[in-house]
Design a protein around this ligand. Structure first.
Ligand code: RB5
Length: 145
């Protein structure tokens, strides 16, 4: 499995913490699309880049971070085929895989601790998409793309 990571300056530190966890604790390959410092950059470029990496198959799924997680999740969701969820709780982290089959999750570097983001990441990665009635709803999302 390969996970694409992208962040703006507001999410840079959180991306680095999640990346370390993925590589060192879970031995998962990552595709780090930047940014690589706390210098100010524009979050849409990073959200789009992560979305494109996932829908093109360069990565299996992705994690994006900005200050709130909002701007970069909106940006990722503009890429056809992306289902990016801004995750703020254990329950949402698990359910967005089980029900929405989210292929990207987003965190806010100014709203979410590294400890929480890492736990949310694991809950999302370890959950299974349930399909069934949820597949119809996911298809309805795709219908408007
Ligand atoms: C950057 O200052 C900030 O606007 C960005 O990281 C994010 O929070 C946008 O939604």
């Amino acid at each position: 499995m390969k996970i694409a990571l992208a962040a703006d300056h507001g999410g840079f530190e959180l991306k680095e913490a999640v990346k370390k966890h993925l590589i060192e604790d879970r031995h998962i390959e990552v595709l780090d699309l930047g940014t690589h410092s706390a210098e100010s950059v524009d979050y849409p470029a990073y959200g789009h880049a992560c979305g494109k990496a996932v829908v093109s198959g360069q990565a299996d799924c992705g994690i994006v971070c900005c200050g709130t997680g909002i701007g970069i999740s909106i940006s990722a969701n503009k890429v056809k085929g992306v289902r990016c969820a801004l995750v703020c709780s254990d329950f949402a982290a698990e359910m967005t895989k089980r029900h929405n089959n989210a292929n990207i999750i987003a965190f806010g570097g100014r709203t979410t601790t590294a400890e929480d983001a890492i736990r949310y990441t694991d809950l999302w990665l370890d959950a299974e998409y349930e399909g069934g009635r949820h597949a119809r709803r996911v298809a309805m999302i795709e219908d408007v793309e």
